[in-house]
Structures are given as C-alpha cells and as structure tokens.
Design a binder for this molecule. Sequence first.
Ligand SMILES: Nc1ncnc2c1ncn2[C@@H]1O[C@H](COP(=O)(O)OP(=O)(O)O)[C@@H](O)[C@H]1O
Ligand SMILES: CC(=O)N[C@@H](CCC(=O)OP(=O)(O)O)C(=O)O
Length: 291
Amino acid sequence: MVRSANPFDALHNAAKYVRKFRGRPFVVKLGGEILEDPALRKAVCTQLALLWSFSIPIVIVHGGGAGLDALCGELGLETTKVAGRRVTSAPVLDAAKMAFKGRIQMDLLASLEVAGLPAVGLSGQDAGLVRSHKRPVAEVDYGLVGDVEAVDPAVLRHLLDGGYVPVVAPFSATAEGQVLNTNADTIAAEIASALGVEKLFFILKVPGLLRDVAEPTSLVPLADLETLKELEGAIKDGMKPKITAARRALQGGVKSVHLVSGSRPDAILAEVFTNEGSGTMLVADRNEVAP
Ligand SMILES: Nc1ncnc2c1ncn2[C@@H]1O[C@H](COP(=O)(O)OP(=O)(O)O)[C@@H](O)[C@H]1O
Ligand SMILES: CC(=O)N[C@@H](CCC(=O)OP(=O)(O)O)C(=O)O
C-alpha cells in the first residue's frame, strides 16, 4: 500500500472514495483458504467492519472448499474436482451442508460479530434467493451441483434495509426443493448482478490474478475482457470458475470485479481507498476506466 507522508492527505483521499461508495452495497466473496485461517479471517473481518462503519453496505458470500476437502478426508469420502468444481455425490452434499452452513459459516459469523458487524447467516436456499437446476451430464457428471437459473435478492434487500450484513453459504435449490452444491464464486457473481452493485470483490490467499501462479510478483493490476482472453492459458484450478464468474458479473452490469489478497492486513482497504489499489481490477473495457 502506498502511504502518504501526511496522514491528512491520506484521509482526504479516502474521503473521496467514502463519498462515492456510501450507501451503495459491495458484494464480497470470501474464499475457503482464508476462512480456514483464524488470524486471516479476523484481519479480513476487521477491514470489512471499517468499510461498513463508513456506511458501505456489504453482502458476503462465502466458500469453504478447503474445509469441505478436510471433512471429506475425515469421513473417508473421495474428493474429485473438475475445472475447479466439485463432483458432488449424495454423501458429499451432506458433508457440504455440515461444513458450509455449519462449522464454516458459524465461525465466520463469530468473527464478523467480534469485528462489530451485525451478520446474519443464510444460504442460496433461503426465500428463493438462488434458484437452480442440476447441472446436465456432459463429459462430466457433477452430481448434485447446481447451475443458477435465477436470483431473487428480496431477502438480501430486507436485511440490508434493516442494517444487517447478509452472509450467504454456497447452496442453491431447485423449484422442487432439491438443495444443490453451487460454486461460491458463481453465486457471488449472480448476486452481484441481481443487486446491480458497482463492485464485486473476491478475497483470496494469492495477491490477485497472476501471469504465473508460481510467481507472486507477476500480479496483473488491471485487465478487461479482451486481456482475459490473452491470459486464458495462465488461469488454472480454482481461478477458472472465479474468472468465469467475473466475466458473468461484468457482462451483467457490475462495473468492476476485484481480486484481492486476504493474506495482507490492509489489502482490501488499499483496493477501495487508494488510487493504486492492491490486487487485480477487472473491467469490461479498460478504455472506459477513468484515469
Ligand atoms: N493465474 C492465476 N492467478 C492466481 N491464482 C491462480 C491462477 N491460476 C490458478 N490459481 C490458483 O487459484 C487459487 C484460487 O482459487 P481457489 O482455490 O478456488 O480460491 P478460493 O477458495 O479462495 O476461492 C489460487 O490460490 C491459486 O492457487
Ligand atoms: C460445485 C462446487 O465446486 N462447489 C464448491 C462450493 C464451495 C466453494 O466454492 O468454496 P471456495 O470458494 O472456497 O472454493 C465446493 O464444493 O467446493
């Protein structure tokens, strides 16, 4: 983070962004690796609490892939992921319910509460928030995995209007009531588009989108839909659904998608309140970004 020699300059600069974003919700997706580390989780929640104290409403979508991998290991269930998405049998879906809506969400709610945020836990199943159908079998049978059909953000709007911070676990449900495991990046992007937010954040363990995943200094600070095509070869594993989701959000009207490190104590604040940012900003067309 570039720091100003004069703290009042920094304050003036931050105030510019506070005026811009006040009252306009951000959607923030927290990845499973961050959630599994209590110190990182605490640092992220502290930064989100600061945004909220500046009257920026927040909707959180959480993952939990790493935690579910560990639980499946303990239960003797095999973990299979294809292109960053989990093949989900009935026993794996049961484990996902225990992990995502149970331990992982409750630990996150506790950290948010301690940071001063009035967080309320729900999932895409609640009040028709994320409606889906079972992903059709093609080269891969993903099992009990949902493809999103529609989002009804009414329940989120009620919570935001009441001053709460909704925290959404990565499930969706069919019209017949079948709960389906659904990638958290996908859910975050669909919710961001449905709410018409300006910014969607993905909080990760890595610094952002990297040209070379083995080289943390190869950060891509800004990319648009064209640049993403050129970077296709570098986008692997869990980054694949994230970039697909980011594209979807940008095409759905979200102005910018930010990939930000949750491993650095002030990376989220730097991304929101400084001109330089800290991670990767994705936009539809870089020629339309204000200098
Ligand atoms: N080009 C890339 N830049 C950054 N990370 C990448 C890239 N390609 C693959 N990855 C991997 O994707 C991971 C992020 O996806 P994922 O594990 O699903 O994160 P999360 O659970 O936080 O959402 C990174 O930790 C990194 O290992
Ligand atoms: C279908 C599918 O892949 N669902 C994901 C949902 C959790 C998730 O997305 O967690 P992260 O954001 O931590 O990766 C899974 O089971 O891992």
